[in-house]
Ligand binder design. Structure first.
Ligand code: SAM
Length: 368
């Protein structure tokens, strides 16, 4: 199948008529960077934040080879691989972590701007530290998700920032002249006995989200068995809290976000429980066997990238149900407006309300 942006799919991520695989910002980044990409040798192009492969595969379709790519969500990585397979573009790129090897000596860096300024700061520091001094960065996004402060963050690591005209409500910032680079390191914040560490862009950063706080207040004082699962762990705040409260407990924490996994490992280390908290990058609990867990805690996601979509959490309920043993429990916090109770009853089993405040509900669902 010949590559075209129109034929790009989000699969295996959630697909729905209102969720797109590529948009005008991808097209503007590609158009603005076309001449620069054509001018550099194989291996000199890096892509950061590609949603489903538009930037990487359009570059590859135009002859780019050995493209290095970082995508924070594992679903994006899987979709890029699936799209590459369909278009016969496998082998043109390599997926990497957000580290020096991703950008070392790169001459052209395409960035889909993250929503979080701290996540952008991590990218700017890394590129400025390790890319070629000649590097040109094309960082673009939808105007509604961009702010003038993004230019300031780019200026922290680059001498010159040019801003393109807006096209179809998208814009690209072009940065040259790297300086003052640094490797991304999780930031830390203390909350009483608990320290939370976070790289930029991870849910709630180094703070503790109010929904998470509500869940932590209402988790049971006894955990059945010797292991708990923190599904969609983010910074690992729930995993670390469980490990601190229960000194014999082993905690299995997982998240599909690379930044979340790095953060959760740092949080476990900062709280002295790294020997009992295992952190895995995974799409839901795909690495876990059926009926292998006796307790799962979950503060489910309700976003897919920038889009709020209520189809995301039920997928996690289904996988939690698969992994729970019969009679084992899923403890969940959710925004009361989302009315997840019926879905939990249907997908997991009998569901009891434990607590409810103006905004959140905590429930326990027992696997039938
Ligand atoms: C609302 S946050 C909760 C994070 C953390 N448990 C807390 O309470 O602060 C939801 C998390 O779900 C993760 N996530 C989204 N889709 C996922 C998936 N398919 N598999 C694993 N984690 C996922 C996101 O990366 C995010 O960290």
């Amino acid at each position: 199948m010949t590559f075209s942006l129109e034929a790009l799919r989000r699969w295996p991520d959630v697909e729905a008529p209102d969720l797109v695989a590529t948009d005008a910002a991808d097209r503007l980044i590609l158009d603005e960077s076309a001449a620069a990409r054509a001018d550099v040798a194989a291996g000199a192009v890096t892509v950061i934040g590609d949603a489903y492969g538009a930037l990487t595969l359009a570059s590859a379709a135009e002859g780019g080879r050995s493209i290095r790519v970082h995508q924070d969500p594992l679903a994006g990585e899987h979709a890029l691989a699936a799209n590459a397979e369909r278009f016969g573009l496998g082998g043109t790129f390599a997926s990497r972590g957000l580290d020096a090897d991703l950008v070392r000596d790169a001459r052209v860096v395409l960035v889909r701007l993250p929503r979080s300024l701290e996540a952008l700061r991590d990218i700017v520091g890394l590129v400025a530290a390790h890319a070629s001094p000649e590097v040109v960065v094309f960082a673009g996004g939808r105007v509604k998700h961009m702010s003038p402060t993004m230019n300031d963050v780019l200026r922290e690591g680059f001498d010159r920032i040019d801003v393109t005209h807006a096209r179809q409500k998208s814009r690209v910032l072009i940065a040259r002249g790297p300086h003052d680079g640094h490797d991304p390191l999780p930031r830390a914040e203390r909350h009483g006995a608990l320290t939370v560490c976070a790289l930029g862009g991870v849910f709630a950063g180094t703070s503790i989200d109010i929904g998470t706080r509500f869940l932590l207040e209402h988790l049971p004082s006894q955990i059945p068995g010797s292991e708990a699962v923190d599904l969609a762990c983010g910074t690992g705040v729930v995993a670390a809290a469980l490990a601190l409260r229960h000194p014999q407990l082993h905690v299995y924490a997982c998240d599909q976000s690379a930044a979340a996994v790095t953060s959760a490992r740092a949080t476990a280390t900062a709280n002295g429980v790294a020997d009992r908290v295992e952190v895995v990058r995974d799409d839901m609990l795909s690495a876990r066997a059926d009926a292998s867990a006796s307790f799962i805690a979950l503060n489910p996601p309700f976003h897919s990238g920038a889009a709020v979509h209520e189809g995301i959490a039920p997928r996690l309920f289904v996988d939690a149900a698969r992994v729970l043993r019969p009679s084992a429990e899923l403890w969940t916090v959710w925004n009361s407006a989302l009315r997840y109770r019926a879905a939990l009853e249907r997908l997991v089993g009998p569901t009891r309300q434990i607590a409810r405040n103006a905004k959140f509900t905590v429930t326990v669902s027992t696997r039938r």
